[in-house]
Design a protein around this ligand. Structure first.
Ligand SMILES: Nc1ncnc2c1ncn2[C@@H]1O[C@H](COP(=O)(O)OP(=O)(O)O)[C@@H](O)[C@H]1O
Ligand SMILES: [Mg+2]
Length: 380
């Protein structure tokens, strides 16, 4: 095992500065948690007045491959973390010799690329749907012949909220999807006839200690997360297996920080891995109000080298995303709703499809499993 040249920096003392690459809401909520733990944050992102910058002590507005700006950033902070996984490899090459980066290159590299991600799930013992890398239309046709239809064709990099993918239902869809999606290679996945989508979030410290939250059930609308139900309304063995998958992936990635695994539940009760996000995740926002230590607190604790907090859930919760103008229009009702906390991200324009904030509605423990979904939804 190699010696960590930065080991003596940890645990970070109070008032130390954590650098966060990325300016979005995940960095903003991490910075708010860091502030509660007595740390300062310095946000590095290309845009002005991004959500994270508005609540942080310092900011750098520069490109992710700007060497001089990255060197100055590294000198100004005690440790660096990321609020998104698509950080260019070059950024890490520049930063890693100068400042501790948590999580490290391995976690980011695996999660940037769907092909590596799928192979990694398998190596960590998490089954996935049949898949194939495709670099030409001929290969795509061979992959379709092997995997069958329907299937999902995706870009391997930079996809989010359902962007960069197409469902192939019939032979005639193949050519069009191949022409539309870029950059290549692409990945073809068997279409999973899931009964529901789950996610589980694990935090892992540099000492290997792991804290895993209850698995949650996610519902999407127009490919964007709409609702998370915590805990997931699934048999205990399924929930336990989802948590175990998150813990094994975190261990196999040697993660320092938090990650989410997105999973599909099959009609026969098996779980298949879909994606890994090596950072706080939208489906973990419920932990802000329903757990002793939120995913953002855990992330900062791990990055700072503090012991992890307790992930235990003191309430059931439903998280609802506030997306675009429609989401913002719900604010007056949500401000007055019982047992509901509203979290806004400080974004200026409520464009269609843009995540503006979320609300967490708490319920007494064991309410979700006993209440019909329609009734729950009527309370939100
Ligand atoms: N192989 C698949 N089979 C069935 N549905 C899928 C498959 N892959 C993705 N989906 C659906 O599309 C959504 C988005 O896909 P995902 O791979 O998670 O990409 P991203 O979240 O980065 O946009 C998933 O949450 C799921 O609802
Ligand atoms: Mg996803």
């Amino acid at each position: 095992m190699s010696v960590d040249p930065f080991a003596s920096r940890f645990p970070l003392p109070p008032n130390a500065t954590i650098g966060i690459l990325g300016g979005g809401q995940l960095g903003r909520m991490s910075a708010l948690a860091a502030a509660e733990l007595g740390y300062r944050c310095h946000i590095y992102a290309p845009g002005q007045d991004e959500p994270g910058m508005l609540v942080s002590a310092a900011r750098t507005v520069a490109g992710y491959e700007d060497e001089a700006a990255l060197a100055a950033f590294a000198a100004a902070v005690d440790a660096v973390t990321f609020e998104f996984e698509n950080v260019p490899a070059r950024t890490l090459e520049i930063l890693a010799p100068l400042v501790p980066c948590r999580p490290g290159r391995k976690a980011l590299a695996v999660c940037q690329d769907r092909l590596q991600e799928k192979a990694f799930f398998e190596s960590a013992g998490v089954p996935v749907a049949p898949w194939a890398a495709v670099t030409s239309e001929a290969e795509l046709r061979e992959a379709v012949a092997r995997i069958g239809l329907p299937a999902v064709l995706k870009t391997t990099r930079l996809g989010y909220d359902g962007r960069g993918q197409a469902v192939l239902r019939k032979e005639a869809d193949i050519a069009r999807a191949w022409e539309t999606l870029s950059p290549r290679p692409l990945i073809l996945e068997a279409f999973v006839p899931f009964t529901l989508e789950l996610s589980a979030i694990a935090a892992r410290g540099a000492d290997g200690a792991t804290a895993v939250y209850d698995a949650v059930e996610n519902q999407h609308r127009h490919h964007i997360l709409d609702l998370s139900f915590a805990p997931a309304r699934v048999p205990e063995a399924v929930a336990e297996s989802a948590r175990a998958h998150a813990a094994s992936v975190a261990a196999a990635l040697e993660l320092v920080g938090v990650l989410a695994v997105e999973l599909f539940l099959l009609p026969d009760g098996r779980l298949l891995g879909n994606e890994i996000a090596p950072r706080p995740h939208n489906s973990g926002h419920w932990t802000q109000d329903a757990c002793q230590s939120s995913q953002f607190h855990q992330h900062i604790r791990a990055v700072a080298g503090l012991p992890l907090g307790s992930p235990s859930r003191h309430s059931d919760a439903v998280m609802q995303n506030l997306v675009g103008p429609e989401g913002m229009a719900r604010l007056p009702a949500l401000y007055g709703a019982a047992d509901t906390s509203v979290h806004l991200y400080g974004k200026a324009a409520a464009r269609e499809g843009r995540k503006m904030g979320h609300a967490n509605r708490l319920f007494p423990l064991a309410t979700l499993e006993r209440t019909a979904e329609a009734q729950l939804l009527s309370m939100l």
